[in-house]
Design a protein around this ligand. Structure first.
Ligand code: AMP
Ligand code: ZN
Length: 322
C-alpha cells in the first residue's frame, strides 16, 4: 500500500501510510493528528459529547474500541471502560486481557461483567433454544446488558467503537431490504429514551478499518488479534464485503455513501418515551415482556425439556439393560 519516497500530504516528510479513500498519505505523527481530527469532527458535527464529559466506553478488546478509548482520553473526556466477557474460549480470553491491558495503560477503571452470569445461561443455550443466529443473539444480549450497566454505573452516555465499515455495511443492508424503520433511526447518536435506554454515540463513524488499524499500531495499543470464531456467516459481513469491493474499485465510495446518507437525511426526531415496562426485568418495551426476557424464558423451558429428555433416555437405557 505504500511506496518508498512517498511524502506526507500534510508535512511533506516521508510517509508510511496511504489512504486512497481520503486521497492522502501520512507520516505517523500526521496520521495520529488526522485520526484525532476525524473523531473531533464527528463529535462536534453530531453533538455527541460536551467537552470533558464523563463517558462510558464499551471495550471489546479489538482495535476499534481500544483506539476509541485512547482518543477520547487524549481529547480530555472523563472515561471509564466496560467489558462484557463472553466466555467463548481463547478469543474471549484474549479480548478480556486486551481490555484489561488497555485500562492499565490509561490508568482508568474497567468495569467487568460476564454475559453468561448476567443472563443466567450461555449464549449458545439461548441460540439452541430459540433457533436464532449466534451473532444476532449475542448482539441482542450485549446491547441489553450494556444499556442496563450504563445506567447502573451512573453514566448518561455510552460510546461504542462502531466504525465507518460497520455503519456503511448496515446502511447497505437496510437499504437493500427496505428496512425503513431502521433507516429512519440510523444515526451516529442514539438519544436516550426517557426512562429507558441509555444514550449511545459512535465517534469513529467517519473512520474505516485501515485508518483505525494504522492508528492502533502507531500508538502501540494492546489489541486482541483475531476474529470472533462465531462471527462466520453473519450477514453484516457480506454487506461490508460488498462495500469494501466498491471502495477498492472506487476509493471514497463508502464514505460518500454513508456520510451522504446522513447529510441528506438529517438527525432523527428524539425518541418517544416508552410507557411499557417489561414485566420480568423492567426495561422499556412495547410488548409485555422484552425481547431478551422472552429469549431467556424460552431458554429456561428448553433446559427443562432437555433435562426431561435426558431423564427419559436414562430410564430407557436402564430398562433396556434389565
Ligand atoms: P461489534 O458489534 O463486535 O463490531 O462491536 C461494536 C462495538 O461494540 C465495539 O467497538 C465495542 O465498543 C462494543 N462491544 C462489542 N463487544 C463488546 C464486549 N464484549 N464488551 C464491551 N463492548 C463491546
Ligand atoms: Zn506528516
Amino acid at each position: 500500500m505504500t511506496d518508498p519516497g512517498m511524502k506526507c500530504s500534510r508535512c511533506r516528510q516521508p510517509a508510511q501510510h496511504r489512504f486512497p479513500q481520503h486521497n492522502v498519505r501520512f507520516c505517523h505523527a500526521c496520521l495520529e493528528l488526522f485520526f484525532q481530527r476525524q473523531v473531533e469532527k464527528a463529535i462536534r458535527k453530531f453533538a455527541m459529547l460536551e467537552p470533558g464529559q464523563p463517558v462510558l466506553v464499551a471495550i471489546s478488546g479489538g482495535k476499534d474500541s481500544l483506539s476509541l478509548w485512547q482518543v477520547l482520553h487524549d481529547l480530555g473526556y472523563q472515561t471509564e471502560g466496560l467489558h462484557l466477557a463472553l466466555d467463548l474460549g481463547p478469543f474471549s480470553q484474549a479480548s478480556l486481557e486486551a481490555s484489561q491491558a488497555m485500562a492499565q495503560r490509561l490508568g482508568l477503571p474497567l468495569h467487568l461483567a460476564s454475559l453468561g452470569d448476567l443472563a443466567g445461561c450461555t449464549v449458545q443455550e439461548v441460540v439452541w433454544a430459540n433457533r436464532r443466529q449466534f451473532c444476532s443473539v449475542c448482539g441482542t444480549l450485549k446491547r441489553h446488558y450494556m444499556n442496563r450497566l450504563t445506567a447502573e454505573l451512573g453514566f448518561a452516555t455510552l460510546a461504542t467503537g462502531h466504525n465507518l465499515d460497520d455503519e456503511a455495511g448496515r446502511l447497505l443492508g437496510n437499504m437493500i431490504h427496505g428496512h425503513s424503520e431502521h433507516l429512519a433511526r440510523q444515526w451516529p447518536v442514539l438519544e436516550s429514551t426517557p426512562g429507558g435506554f441509555a444514550r449511545k454515540v459512535k465517534p469513529l463513524c467517519r473512520l474505516g478499518g485501515p485508518e483505525i488499524k494504522a492508528y492502533a499500531q502507531v500508538r502501540g495499543l494492546p489489541v486482541a488479534e483475531g476474529k470472533c470464531p462465531r462471527s462466520k456467516g453473519a450477514t453484516l459481513t457480506y454487506y461490508q464485503e460488498a462495500m469494501a469491493l466498491l471502495d477498492q474499485r472506487m476509493p471514497g465510495t463508502k464514505r460518500d455513501f454513508y456520510l451522504g446518507f446522513l447529510r441528506s437525511k438529517g438527525a432523527p426526531p428524539p425518541p418517544q418515551p416508552l410507557e411499557g415496562r417489561c414485566q420480568a426485568c423492567g426495561s422499556p418495551t412495547l410488548a409485555g415482556t422484552c425481547t431478551v426476557c422472552r429469549l431467556l424464558e424460552r431458554t429456561g423451558q428448553w433446559r427443562q425439556e432437555k433435562a426431561l429428555e435426558r431423564q427419559r433416555d436414562l430410564e430407557a437405557g436402564l430398562l433396556a439393560t434389565e
